[in-house]
Design a protein around this ligand. Structure first.
Ligand SMILES: [Fe+2]
Length: 333
């Protein structure tokens, strides 16, 4: 397995890159905008294909690199379902699995630091974001944080993992890089409490300064998606137009979502499913037939379908459009 931990000196953020081996699909957790070139260099050196990029929550202390990575690599952006982000390609729920080649992660909803905080469990290790830090826990005094939610996420979820589970947090300010559940149970001063009230008292009396650029950084991190206006410019069509176009026999409606998403929200009638990560394989195998067909892509929120239109232009396929806002757009209209 390839497992790398990057450190951002300015915000003390840890970013993780994971892949099952050279030449395979890769995943990045909590990227920092300023360091995107560094991640891309390593991806290229190890011949990795970045397919998913995750933010554990909306960060307040650094600008996320997820949109830059999406634009540069056409990867899927992913967050938990509670994230207030405008548009992310895929959202996961508590206990839902997310996959890349030979690697499986389980999403755990662990609110408290913020109300959108997720941790991600991968076999012997857990990426805790700011829910659980090494010898600390994420502050709970902004972004709808709540010390009682934090206590529950810690004592009822994270600390119930096996004691030898490695903890990889999103930050460290003292030079520590990894810990275990067992070590934190014993030595984390915030966890040496006998009740939620005692924990809340500690968290409510930290008296920390706000992160320096917080008022600029949070709005930026919330609006990382491909906006509806931009989606329209990428051969976007609205649902009303779609109804007329699909009457035409020479067109193919393609659902780009993954099976786990289709279970929750069924595909539109008369469409085929080509998960976004298999799109290039599909285009390569059907190259000749597809030049005579109009392709109409759709996905959850219009982000993957926008990227699909861009990918098709590199295949010289011109008769391509996509549904602005995706399935969510239909539901909201
Ligand atoms: Fe945070």
């Amino acid at each position: 397995m390839i497992f790398r931990q990057f450190f951002d000196n300015i915000s003390s953020t840890y970013t993780y890159l994971i892949a099952s081996g050279k030449g395979r699909e890769a995943l990045i957790i909590d990227p920092v905008l300023d360091n995107v070139d560094q991640y891309i260099q390593l991806l290229n050196q190890l011949d990795l294909r970045l397919v998913k990029v995750i933010d554990t929550h909306i960060h307040a202390d650094h600008v996320s690199g997820i949109s830059e990575l999406r634009d540069k690599t056409k990867c899927i952006t992913l967050m938990g379902e509670h994230a207030p982000a405008d548009i992310v390609s895929m959202r996961v729920k508590d206990n839902e699995n997310l996959k890349i080649e030979n690697i499986n992660l389980t999403a755990m909803y662990t609110p408290g630091h913020t109300d959108d905080s997720y941790s991600f469990l991968m076999n012997d290790r857990v990426f805790t974001g700011d829910a659980l830090l090494i010898k600390g826990t994420g502050r709970t005094d902004f972004q709808n944080g709540d010390p009682y939610d934090s206590y529950k996420s810690l004592f009822e979820r994270l600390l119930k993992l096996p004691e030898d589970t490695y903890i990889y947090p999103a930050h460290d300010y003292k030079g520590e890089s990894v810990s275990t559940i067992g070590e934190e149970k014993k030595f984390n001063p915030r966890l040496q409490v006998s009740s939620a009230q005692e924990y809340a008292y500690i968290m409510n009396n930290l008296n920390l300064d706000n992160p320096k650029q917080m008022d600029i950084v949070i709005p930026k991190n919330i609006s990382m998606g491909i906006s509806i206006e931009k989606q329209k410019k990428l051969n976007g069509i609205l649902f009303e137009e779609l109804k007329d176009i699909i009457l035409n026999k020479n067109c193919q409606l393609i659902d780009l979502r993954e099976k786990s998403e289709i279970i929750n929200e069924p595909s539109l009638d008369n469409s085929i499913n080509v998960p976004y990560l298999n799109l290039q394989k599909y285009l390569n195998s059907k190259k000749n037939e597809l030049s005579k067909t109009k392709l109409i892509f759709y996905c959850a929120v219009g982000e993957r379908s926008s990227l699909a239109v861009q990918i098709c232009s590199s295949y010289n396929l011109k008769n391509v459009c996509h549904l602005v806002g995706g399935i969510k757009g239909i539901k909201d209209s």
